[in-house]
Design a protein around this ligand. Structure first.
Ligand SMILES: [Zn+2]
Ligand SMILES: [Zn+2]
Length: 692
């Protein structure tokens, strides 16, 4: 029988594995020729899996008779080579399997092979019809001021086909969005097929910007990508991006791996926001990947912020990024006045500060709204027994169960672990001594809401946190009550400070700011400063009396509070850079964590100690690498698992990368996936961790 050479395809699958697997390709039965980047279904062990072709050849090391056939092909354009390159880079840099990295970036709808036979065009046409029934009228844009025009001029000088990172640095209300939308508009006009990617840190921020983009580009098809969509919606939006049907893609961090055949620019709005970093699985930073992608595809990328990250600040100082500054405010904005207040001595931290109460009273009289910010949702962070001191600990985690006055569909008070999600009714009596005098300790959003309602029975008090704004519909309704002025006092978590423009805020009170500052997170000061600037930007955006901001702190001399009084970003950043440089912390050094968890703490620590020994035996001592001792995590027990970690620091990126790749290989040889064979420890390696 005269048969031509068989076609072999190498396929990666969504499993914690580094290997690719060989399959036979039958062009006749599959109805297509194999291409790199095709999504296929293959038999794998006793099941079938969706995989991605990364190589096509006629050669295999495996006995051909043992090879299985590719079963079917997804009705999709193969992922383009630049997207594959991004996947290879992310997989190497973040020490994650290539299959896991590339395939998990594809919407689940397409990873489900039963959807492949559904009539695609019909589905998309239907979805698009509903999307396009929205108003298509172009709203007149505000006249750009001189500074904005100048900023656009600088961006317009960007030479097509080259890479450059811009920092668009400006206070809230300085018109940054108008600048980048106008820039995108000019690029889309130049090339009828061109596409732009705009990334935002949070789902909550998308509806606002979506409206703004639709007003600016009434003719363009906009694709929205975030985890709050249904699988089908996300599948369709992704498909529209991939085919070029959508010219603007607006998405959260997961959108960075979207195939965009004619991408011409990337915008990362609120670039300093920690939500761009994924904590689980592929622990990537979408901001960092965006810069890599822009460089690889030779594009301009614009990082946008009122409080740039230390990383960005450093790069601007080194001349690697080009800064464009917007200093003025559009529309008669007045800077708020900041006052630091110390907590009341008598009542501890349980009640609202007396200074704040009188300021609230004043503000109500002036018919202006007040924002009360506290970074803890729920009623009280812990419940205690006044007789014996019992505390509401979670059985699964080394943390306390938080009291909620109501939670989801539970209408009576409940307690909930914010780490593992376990919900319990509050016991009538103490489990230890039987006393009935159980009391909430400390304060959260619900408690503050209750107290304010008691203090100001006439006022409408509104609470905005992850409990009341669980869905985007609910959160939009809440924000509507703020915008239309029906809520007078608004209590909430940092969710309140992000993205929304409020017109009539006269007073902002920040409670428990110190709790955030004095955690074991080296980035805490940077994040707190950014949050306070953000809060200030939300308030008093229009003329009238300036907004008053009261910050409750026991440590008024901390640099964060000193610099926030005059909104001195440059002063704060220079000070921060000095302390980071002295400590060798990012951006002056690089970090990685080895995470490990098991049912028994000794097992975890023994495994990490062994890992440390191995690292010491291979680390280049000349390269400035420090390997620390294993330590339990700040939440040492989570969902019944004992968790510890090992920190590695390095002065240079290269030697750290080499060390981690070697470690990954060493550990994989002794593991099934990422579970060690002998002690069953679950492990992972994280680059550039935000939380240590
Ligand atoms: Zn007790
Ligand atoms: Zn728990």
């Amino acid at each position: 029988m005269n048969q031509s050479a068989p076609i072999i395809v190498k396929v990666v699958v969504d499993r914690p594995l580094n290997d690719a697997f060989d399959y036979l390709w039958n062009s006749a039965s599959l109805g297509a020729k194999p291409e790199i980047g095709m999504l296929v279904e293959v038999p794998f062990g006793r099941t079938n899996l969706v995989g991605l072709i990364i190589e096509v050849s006629s050669y295999t090391q495996i006995n051909q008779t043992k090879l299985k056939n590719v079963l079917q092909v997804a009705p999709l354009i193969p992922l383009d080579s630049r997207l594959m390159q991004l996947g290879y880079f992310a997989s190497q840099y973040y020490i994650h399997g290539l299959g896991e990295t590339l395939i998990s970036a594809i919407p689940k709808w397409w990873r489900t092979s039963t959807h492949w036979n559904k009539p695609l065009q019909q589905l998309i046409a239907k979805e698009r019809a509903t999307a396009q029934s929205n108003s298509k009228k172009k709203i007149a844009q505000n006249q750009l001021n001189e500074e904005q025009t100048h900023a656009i001029q600088i961006l317009s000088n960007h030479q097509a086909g080259t890479f450059n990172t811009y920092l668009l640095n400006g206070v809230t209300g300085s018109g940054k969005t108008a600048v980048y939308l106008t820039f995108i508009e000019s690029l889309l006009k130049l090339d009828r097929g061109a596409q732009a990617l705009i990334m935002l840190p949070e789902i909550n921020l998308t509806p606002q910007l979506q409206r703004r983009i639709q007003e600016h580009f009434p003719e363009e098809n906009l694709a929205i990508l975030h985890s709050g969509l249904t699988e089908k919606q996300r599948g369709i939006a992704w498909h529209q991006a991939m085919t070029g049907a959508a010219r603007i893609v607006l998405g959260t961090r997961l959108s960075i791996m979207t195939p965009l055949p004619k991408l011409v620019a990337i915008i990362v709005d609120e670039e300093n926001d920690s939500s761009f970093k994924q904590q689980e699985g592929l622990g990537y930073s979408a901001r960092d990947l965006a810069i890599w992608r822009a460089k690889n595809e030779r594009l301009p990328i614009i990082l946008v912020s009122a409080t740039p990250s230390s990383q960005t600040w450093h790069a601007v100082k080194e001349g690697r990024y080009q800064e464009i500054r917007l200093t003025g405010r559009v529309g008669g904005f007045q800077s708020p006045s900041v006052e630091l207040v110390s907590p009341d001595k008598s009542s501890g931290s349980i009640t609202i500060n007396s200074k704040m109460i009188s300021a609230l009273e004043d503000n109500l009289h002036k018919n202006r709204q007040s924002l009360i910010l506290i970074n803890r949702r729920g009623m009280a962070p812990v419940i205690t027994c006044l007789s014996c001191g019992w505390l509401s600990e979670c059985n699964n985690c080394s943390s306390y169960m938080v009291m909620h006055r109501q939670l989801g569909h539970f209408k009576s008070p409940m307690m909930c672990c914010h780490h593992c999600g376990k919900v319990k009714t509050i016991p009538q009596r103490c489990a230890l001594c039987g006393d009935a005098d159980l009391q909430p300790l400390g304060r959260g959003t619900q408690k503050i809401e209750d107290q304010l309602q008691t203090l100001f029975p006439e006022a409408k008090v509104l609470r905005v946190d992850a409990d009341t704004a669980r869905t985007s519909k609910k959160s939009e309704a809440l924000f509507e009550e703020i915008h239309d002025g029906s809520a007078q006092i608004i209590v909430g978590t940092q969710m309140l400070a992000k993205g929304h423009d409020y017109q009539n805020i006269g007073l902002v009170c920040v409670l428990d700011a110190d709790a955030r500052l004095y955690s074991n997170d080296y980035m805490a000061p940077e994040h707190l400063f950014a949050q306070l600037v953000q809060v200030a930007g939300r308030a008093g955006r229009f003329s009238g009396e300036p907004t008053q901001i009261l910050i409750e702190t026991r440590y008024p001399n901390d640099p964060v509070y000193q610099y926030i009084k005059t909104f001195d970003l440059a002063g704060f950043m220079e000070n921060l850079m000095l302390t980071r440089q002295e400590a060798g912390l990012p951006p002056f050094g690089y970090q990685a964590l080895v995470h490990a968890e098991a049912k028994q703490r000794q097992e975890v620590l023994a495994w990490l100690n062994h890992t440390k020994e191995y690292l010491q035996s291979i680390a280049d001592t000349q390269a400035g690498i420090t390997i620390f001792d294993p330590v339990p995590k700040s939440i040492a027990r989570l969902g019944g698992w004992e968790r510890s970690q090992l920190l590695i620091e390095s002065r240079q990126r290269g030697p750290l990368q080499a060390l981690l790749s070697a470690l990954d290989q060493y550990l994989r040889e002794r593991s099934v996936g990422r579970i060690s064979k002998i002690s069953k420890v679950r492990w992972s390696i994280e680059r550039d961790p935000l939380i240590i």
